[in-house]
Design a protein around this ligand. Structure first.
Ligand code: THU
Length: 157
């Protein structure tokens, strides 16, 4: 028997330290929070996915009175991205959120487990790493891949 320790690499950076294209992706995620439909949680999440073909697809959380029917911002974005451009691989995703006070969360927002699993499959389809940028008010966390956000992920491949 032996204990294994799994570590994940996370870079903390200021927004201005990001390359222009990724700053733009964070901005698109922030803008998407304003298109959230979240009358129940009052927590607005926005996601922006950069595709290999240069397109940026955004999504926001969409809630429903039948709560389990709601969908997170990340899955709204990735399901639309792949249904609109099935041939394009994902390059990067940025995620941002505004809390019940309407202000962007101070801490970078992190995708839920279900969204990580869904995004992982698109990373596998792309055949290369998809950078993950988690935005907070004054700092971002950058992870090199979706895989790194989900150690011991389920995979049937
Ligand atoms: N939410 C997301 O959009 N993405 C996540 O990764 C976690 C949570 C949404 C779901 C719900 O509409 C609101 O945030 C509060 O949980």
């Amino acid at each position: 028997m032996k204990e294994l320790t799994i570590t994940i690499p996370v870079i903390e950076a200021g927004i201005d330290e990001l390359p222009a294209r990724e700053r733009g992706l964070v901005d698109a995620a922030r803008q998407a929070t304003f298109r959230s439909y979240s009358p129940y949680s009052h927590f607005s999440v926005g996601a922006a996915i950069l595709l290999d073909n240069g397109e940026i697809v955004t999504g926001s959380n969409q809630e429903n009175a039948a709560y389990p029917s709601s969908l997170c911002a990340e899955r709204t974005a990735c399901y639309y991205a792949h249904s609109r451009w099935p041939e394009a691989g994902f390059t990067a995703i940025a995620i941002a959120a505004r809390g019940t006070d309407g202000k962007e969360t101070a801490e970078p927002v992190s995708p839920c487990g279900a969204c990580r699993q869904a995004l992982l499959e698109y990373e596998t389809l792309a055949g290369h790493d998809v950078r993950v940028i988690l935005a907070g008010r004054d700092k971002v966390y950058i992870l090199p891949s979706v895989r790194s956000t989900l150690p011991l992920a389920f995979s049937e491949f």
